[in-house]
Design a protein around this ligand. Sequence first.
Ligand SMILES: C[S@@+](CC[C@H](N)C(=O)[O-])C[C@H]1O[C@@H](n2cnc3c(N)ncnc32)[C@H](O)[C@@H]1O
Length: 251
Amino acid sequence: METHVPHVNKEENEDPGAAPYGNFINYYTFNPPENRLSLIPETLLEDIELGSERGLILDVGCNSGDLSVALYKHLLHEEASGSDFSKREVYLLGFDMDQDLILRAQNSNPFPQNIQFVPLDITDDPGSRTVLESYLGGFGCPRFHLCTCFAVTMWVHLNHGDAAFLSLLSRLASLCEFLLLEAQPWKCYRSAARRLRKLGRSDFDHFKTLEIRGDTAAHAREHLEKQCSMDLVQSFGNTTWDRSLLLFKRR
Ligand SMILES: C[S@@+](CC[C@H](N)C(=O)[O-])C[C@H]1O[C@@H](n2cnc3c(N)ncnc32)[C@H](O)[C@@H]1O
């Protein structure tokens, strides 16, 4: 017999008043890293041919860094090898526009030699470009090997509009060889707007006038493939929050 499990959208329980940019405090108590990590193969770095050489990873909108650190461990097979991370030439840069969250990330960073967290707003160009180029320059690399962008696109889209959504994708594509993207689906936009209204605050600046709507992941894919010389190479399936994890590769 089928058991009825009531559907609970955990995002409904977030405190949107404090987080108009998705900068939730304690985000990982209701969306633990495992929700995404369980879909991402541990062999991803080997699969994209980063097994032996130095690898640079960029995590965009890293919040308090929990997923960045967990992803780093996941991809370096910490459990399997009990390895000495400092010997592996994989470096991760995480950034977020919320300085308090970045402070948290910095204070709890277990691998400061390999992982760095900095405050940056991706929509601030050239500000963010200068910082990212200088990080890459320190390694003599033109691009990050892998860029991850989990659950950030909607916040840029709602707060800055269609053009910013597309230019975010273009920026990400210009920064990396591989892009792992989790774009929030349209139903999340509606929930976010509803939560804001419930608090008696006006809508997100752009919500009502967005022309890019509906299947946001498909729109993102179309832009990346048609305008940014990237191809979708793999879909890792959908998270418990029904968001797809898509891997793109520079052509
Ligand atoms: C819902 S959280 C997702 C955190 C993390 N990426 C994850 O999926 O576990 C969205 C994060 O994006 C950040 N964010 C939103 N707009 C941003 C921007 N323009 N530049 C940098 N970070 C941004 C927020 O501060 C927030 O921490």
